[in-house]
Design a protein around this ligand. Structure first.
Ligand code: DQQ
Length: 590
């Protein structure tokens, strides 16, 4: 195969990715290629996943010399987790939608990571030099987690295919007051007013029943790191927290482009977000607050529903089945982009049989809502390049009480956007005080089939023509104090008829003043075989679910609009597109 000049490769990366010298690309057998190409039933067509095997956390996303890089926790040996085998899978892209797989960037081969290269982040150092900082898991009779760095072997390689781990690793050893298995997941580094680098690392301080902590380390040279006396955040209630992320968000009305990744530096125009992944709930929580880089403190802006100590009361990026999210600042488009791991909801035998496990959410743009309290998320605009054919474009349809309207049959790759208008909010049921605490339980008790006042109304997706199988994504409006509260649910209980599949209802409230929003609420749902990823209220509440309907193996899947409330709901907008298959880590056999 002819070698293309490096410069030409940067210009036409996507084409070049298919033509690059084969040694750097992961090669699939014909059977594997065919499975990837044709979907293999539940295999997503435009969500990120490796060609085969296990994937979990997104690691080290970055943009460097015209190329996006995404690394991820990867087990090259199979479709299960395999803690000691974990490598950093590595893919590159020009548009965050189509990806080419490269060889693994980090493998557990060094004395300081011989039992796994665990999660971490990328930082672009002065001079445009990317640095990876990751957790090495050492097994020398007893587990010890340490933090290591790695750098590109050849900066002139536009794809940064090979990474070198300096022999001086680890750069941060296991502290004496942290158990060996509770010290990990360094963030992207940032520089404070004192010109020192900072990173945050997750740890449990003070023995096995110690305090969940987010430690801050500072460094002059990215090699020698010193721990701050005080952590950025601690929680007695949360157990172990993993994968911290601290990033600035522009105040409403301020240009995102002023931020970059510089917590603290752009003070006055930013607040900050601290995100923590709580190990015992496998859920990600965040709060907006203020970060002070002199003392490295973060003060969340709490309300009476949330507590400082128990970050499990904080807001969630996604009320569905995702974990270990990671964001980066995309300097190309001046936006923050986030991925999160959406684990399978089938069982391990299924995963071994299909040969893969774990997908990433679509890349989501993240920004601070105009209310200054919550984040909003939306699929990056590039995803819309996959919209191949509009299958429905409806304005002004009515769904009467008890109505189920079949809208279209469009297969298993669809992007649906809808706006529901509610003429009569007066019919809303009253929210019992204890329901407020547990929206997931509320979605269980008040499922799509339980008739209400205002709602439930929404979509039935991945539905068989006879509705025996379907996933309900819906809203229900409650009267609460002098106001209204909107519940969003994704109910998987009828998503298929099989046992041994996790099929809960998921739920979260949508923090929106529905009266102020012209009594309307929007819903966007991305359907991708086994992924149903929904954005309610303009991305204020997101729910990602994994579904495995049996009908979809052989038959078309349908989308319905339904309303099981007492009053009429107007669908003031409903548009849906078939989605094309993206090129995701597909390498054709020779
Ligand atoms: N996954 C990684 C850890 C991290 C956990 C190991 C979160 O570094 O704490 O695969 O899912």
């Amino acid at each position: 195969m002819a070698r293309l000049p490096v410069a030409a490769c940067i210009v036409a990366l996507h084409l070049c990715l298919l033509l690059l010298p084969s040694s750097s690309l992961r090669r699939l057998s014909e059977a594997e290629s065919s499975l990837v190409q044709h979907g293999g039933g539940s295999r997503p067509a435009y969500h990120f996943l490796p060609a085969k095997n296990w994937q979990n956390d997104p690691n080290g996303p970055m943009y460097h010399n015209g190329v996006y890089h995404l690394f991820y926790q990867y087990n090259p040996l199979g479709a299960t987790w395999g803690s000691g085998n974990l490598s950093w899978g590595h893919s590159v892209s020009r548009d965050l939608v189509n990806w080419a797989a490269l060889n693994t960037a980090l493998d557990p081969t060094a004395p300081f990571d011989n039992n796994g290269c665990w999660s971490g982040s990328a930082t672009i150092l002065p001079g445009g030099i990317p640095a990876l900082m990751y957790t090495g898991r050492i097994d020398a009779g007893k587990e010890a987690q340490v933090q290591n760095v790695a750098f590109p072997k050849n900066l002139a390689d536009p794809l940064l295919r090979e990474w070198v781990k300096p022999a001086y690793n680890p750069v941060i050893s296991l502290p004496a007051d942290v158990p060996g298995d509770r010290f990990r997941d360094p963030t992207t580094a940032w520089v404070g007013h004192d010109s020192l680098w900072r990173i945050a690392v997750a740890a449990k301080v003070g023995g096995p029943s110690g305090i969940a902590s987010t430690l801050i380390y500072r460094s002059k040279d990215f090699r020698h790191w010193k721990r701050n006396t005080l952590p950025l955040y601690t929680s007695r209630a949360a157990g172990m927290v993993e994968c911290p992320d601290l990033f600035p968000v522009a105040e409403p009305g301020v240009e995102e482009g002023r931020l970059g990744y510089t917590p603290g530096m752009a003070s006055g125009v930013v607040r900050h977000v601290l995100k923590l992944s709580v190990m015992n709930t496998t859920e990600d929580y965040y709060m907006v607050g203020s970060y002070d880089d002199a003392a490295d403190t973060f003060v969340p802006e709490l309300d009476n529903e949330r507590s400082l100590d128990d970050c499990r009361t904080w807001r969630r990026f996604d009320y569905g089945h995702v974990y270990a999210s990671k964001s980066f600042f995309d300097v190309r488009k001046n936006r923050r982009v986030l991925w999160a791991w959406a684990t399978e909801s089938d069982n391990m035998d299924d995963d071994i049989a299909k040969g893969w496990s774990g997908v990433q959410t679509v890349p989501r743009k993240v920004w601070l809502d105009g209310d200054g309290k919550q984040l909003r998320q939306w699929p990056i605009e590039e995803i819309e390049t996959l919209r191949s054919k509009q299958v429905v474009g409806l304005l002004g349809a009515q769904v009467n009480a008890g109505g189920v309207n079949k809208i279209f049959g469009a297969g298993a790759q669809v992007d649906v956007e809808a706006i529901f208008e509610i003429p009569y909010l007066e019919d809303a049921e009253t929210l019992e005080p204890n329901w407020q605490l547990d929206p997931q339980k509320l979605c269980e008790e008040k499922s799509a089939s339980v008739s209400g006042g205002v709602g439930p109304f929404g979509l039935l997706v991945m539905a068989s023509g006879d509705l025996q199988e379907h996933t309900a994504v819906f809203f229900r409006v409650f009267r609460h104090n002098q106001n209204y509260k909107v519940l969003m649910c994704t109910d998987l209980t009828r998503s298929n008829g099989r046992d041994k599949i996790y099929k809960p209802p998921y739920g979260g409230f949508v923090d929106i003043d529905i009266e102020q929003h012209r009594k309307s609420i929007s819903l966007r749902t991305l359907i991708d075989h086994s992924v149903v990823e929904s954005f309610g209220g303009g991305g204020r509440t997101c729910i990602t679910a994994r579904v495995y309907p049996e009908h979809a193996e052989n038959n078309n899947s349908h989308v319905f609009v339904f309303n099981n409330g007492t009053g009429v709901v107007k669908v003031s907008r409903l548009e849906a597109w078939r989605m094309a298959r993206a090129t995701v880590n597909v390498v054709h056999g020779r």
